[in-house]
Design a protein around this ligand. Structure first.
Ligand SMILES: [Fe+2]
Ligand SMILES: [Fe+2]
Length: 134
């Protein structure tokens, strides 16, 4: 079972950002799957590093996109991204120091930032209304 299924509410109507968001959701689901089937520490570690790499690249791309469209909320949004990267790094350190299993708190955090962040925070720069209002 996927940790987070892609749903219409996650679609922003900005092709490049939607594509990256889908990649992030897929990377997160992959970590969950590897963890569930106990794929081994090195495999899970590599998948986590990949997610962090994708996340950093996505945040940079998203900040560039917001700058390009003159989005006024860029500074606040960039601070939220920086805070999330700090939190992801902290969760990753906890994983590295642990037994090789990914903590439930880490998955909860990923679902929250991917779900709530895209639907609540990223949505603000998007041209599409929420799916509920469509
Ligand atoms: Fe964002
Ligand atoms: Fe985003």
């Amino acid at each position: 079972m996927a940790l987070l299924d892609w749903k219409p509410e996650l679609e922003l109507g900005v092709a490049a950002m939607d594509r990256e968001h889908r990649e992030l959701v897929a990377a997160m689901n992959r970590i969950h799957e590897l963890d569930q089937k106990k794929a081994g520490r090195a495999t899970v570690d590599a998948a986590l590093q990949q997610l962090i790499k994708l996340t950093k690249a996505h945040f940079a791309d998203e900040e560039k996109h917001m700058a390009a469209i003159g989005f006024p909320g860029l500074a606040v949004h960039a601070r939220i991204h920086a805070d999330m990267l700090r939190k992801v790094a902290a969760h990753y350190e906890t994983f590295r120091a642990g037994s090789g299993a990914v903590a439930k708190e880490f998955f909860d955090f990923l679902v929250l930032w991917l779900g709530a962040h895209i639907m609540g925070i990223d949505r603000k720069y998007a041209p599409l209304p929420t799916a509920a209002r469509r």
